[in-house]
Design a protein around this ligand. Structure first.
Ligand SMILES: Nc1ncnc2c1ncn2[C@@H]1O[C@H](COP(=O)(O)OP(=O)(O)O)[C@@H](O)[C@H]1O
Ligand SMILES: [Mg+2]
Length: 373
């Protein structure tokens, strides 16, 4: 692993051309870096703002080779890049986060096994290959429960909530018809966690093993999609410290370089107040608030980590509420534009679709003004 800082004017390769790659590109520029985007589409949020791009499938080795030759380090904006793509590129050039981190987070079963192996508590879970497995797991874990595809799920896609036995048919259908393309058992049943709130911890680690942790955010979902993040979260100092310690244990165990999102449930009705839901090996939607409430954003932090620059400060100068602008909700941007404390981020997507993340807005408030007593 190279540990010298990447020289100015170096090119950072990013797999994926969506809004996360866009905001990574925008954060790379002030540090003097250019980005080259690799993705299957010939347009999109990141392509509007990058230095160069290559259109190619993730399995196209000739194009991937061309990409590796153009860049000085590679990262990715989402965990559903095929592991074989990262393994191939890694023979040619450093890819951060590493293959183990990608493989761990792209399969919910591997992920849960890993989280438990480093001492984190997860929802109880069972691997589901057949309808019989599902019957057995429901008997063991009880209801309510959630059946999820092991791979390729996001924004609640590939999930069936099982409240009562009446929901079993839909669950059987997911077991037999899920399209993740895996030639192996590919669902997981999770016991339902009756959480008080959801927080996430955005943590960064550099190649030398230093970590920097942003203040946890309190997240609210609507239709399984993140709707808002509020900072600070209404959690005790003890919970905050424990959540941060768990995030550290998780990131060190992966020998991870870059920014990692750790989605966490906080509950008062059980023996364990902190239950880790899932990890994302990338910058995370619940960390977008850092763009305007911190001196260094999660995007700059990720670029710093993979470029071997020192990790930046995680200090926060404002309280903040981040609202996602989803589907038609993007129309609210013009109202927010009249508000002095609103910082708007639009992703430049041409087509508005239901549930599509079109942008977000960070509403800034004086430090400590959002703390409820
Ligand atoms: N075991 C669970 N118990 C209770 N709620 C859950 C559970 N798993 C997921 N959820 C809810 O569904 C949301 C999406 O699930 P998640 O596993 O994070 O999938 P995705 O990959 O779509 O983000 C979570 O943020 C949480 O609100
Ligand atoms: Mg999630």
């Amino acid at each position: 692993m190279q540990t010298r800082p990447l020289a100015p004017n170096s090119v950072i390769g990013i797999l994926g051309g969506g809004q996360l790659a866009r905001m990574l590109s925008l954060a790379a520029a002030p540090l003097g870096y250019k980005t080259c985007i690799y993705c299957p589409e010939d347009n999109g949020p990141a392509i509007d703002v990058c230095h160069s791009h290559i259109v190619g499938d993730y399995g196209d080795q000739a194009k991937l080779k061309q990409f590796a030759a153009k860049v000085d380090v590679i990262t990715y904006e989402f965990e559903n890049i095929p592991a074989s793509t990262i393994a191939f590129l890694n023979q040619l050039i450093t890819v951060s986060p590493n293959l183990k981190s990608l493989q761990t987070s792209q399969d919910r079963l591997v992920e849960k096994d890993y989280l438990n192996s480093v001492g984190a508590t997860t929802a109880p879970y069972a691997n589901i290959a057949t309808k019989q497995d599902l019957d057995n797991a429901v008997r063991k874990l009880g209801l309510p429960a959630i059946l999820k595809t092991r791979t390729m799920g996001y924004d609640g896609k590939g999930q069936v909530g099982i409240k009562t036995m009446a929901d079993m048919q839909q669950a059987y259908d997911l077991v037999s018809n899920n399209s993740s393309g895996l030639d192996k058992p590919n669902c997981i049943l999770e016991g339902f966690i009756n959480f008080d709130l959801e927080i996430s911890v955005i943590i960064a680690r550099d190649a030398a093993g230093n970590v920097a942790i942003f203040e946890p955010s309190e997240n609210a979902h609507k239709n399984h999609i993140l709707n808002s993040s509020t900072i600070p979260a209404q959690i005790s100092p003890d919970i905050r410290a424990k959540a941060c310690q768990l995030a550290s244990d998780i990131i060190h165990g992966l020998d991870y370089v870059g920014v990692l999102g750790v989605e966490t449930f906080i509950t008062t009705n059980g023996n364990t107040p902190i239950i880790i839901n899932e990890i994302a090996p990338r910058v995370h939607n619940s960390g977008h608030w850092t763009q305007d409430a911190c001196y260094i954003s999660q995007f700059e932090q990720h670029i710093r980590a993979i470029a071997n620059l020192p990790l930046g400060s995680v200090a926060r100068h404002s309280d903040v509420v981040m609202h996602n602008l989803i589907g038609d909700g993007v129309a609210l941007a013009s109202d927010y534009a009249k508000q002095a404390n609103a910082k708007i981020h639009l992703y430049g997507k041409q087509e508005i679709k239901t549930g599509r993340k079109m942008g977000h807005v960070n509403l800034l408030f004086p430090l400590d003004s959002l703390i409820k007593t």
